[in-house]
Design a protein around this ligand. Structure first.
Ligand code: SF4
Length: 139
């Protein structure tokens, strides 16, 4: 069972890394509406409450909810904290966050951490209050 867990989580970790680099390649060809300016304050505010948006139909299905939770707690080093109903957000904490806000696995941090602040193709990026980054329109 342990070997199975290692193989499965390893497989999904590799998928997440491939996804991260594929998105970088796509970004070379398609310009996004928004870009990120500023810099990280390195105080760990984005690691304390990691918000994962999940549609209501996923939240309401116990198997899908288990799958999402498994993904973020086994493939990622997170633990479930709480659910914010009006924002459809599952909030996770991270086991790798040091007390001073630094990351204990910074060089090996998961792709989701490397992607923050996330810039998708159309929506304005959502940033934590007080974050050193800011969203600007691409010219
Ligand atoms: S792995 Fe590191 S960067 Fe990612 S949430 Fe945890 S402490 Fe933050």
């Amino acid at each position: 069972m342990l070997l199975f867990n290692i193989v499965v989580t390893g497989f999904f970790r590799v998928l997440a890394i491939i996804d991260y680099y594929l998105e970088k390649v796509v970004g070379v060809f398609f310009k996004k509406k928004w870009k990120i300016a500023g810099s990280c304050k390195k105080d760990g505010r984005c690691c304390r409450d990691i918000g994962i948006i999940a549609e209501k139909w996923i939240i309401n299905n116990k198997y899908l909810l288990k799958l999402v939770t498994w993904w973020y707690t086994k493939v990622h080093p997170f633990y479930f904290k709480y659910y914010v109903e009006n924002e459809d957000a599952l909030i996770f904490g991270c086991t790798k966050l040091n007390d001073n806000g630094s990351c204990s696995i910074y060089k090996k941090r998961p792709p989701i951490c490397r992607k923050y602040p996330v810039v998708n193709y159309f929506k304005k990026p959502v940033l934590f209050e007080g974050c050193g980054f800011k969203a600007e329109m691409n010219s």
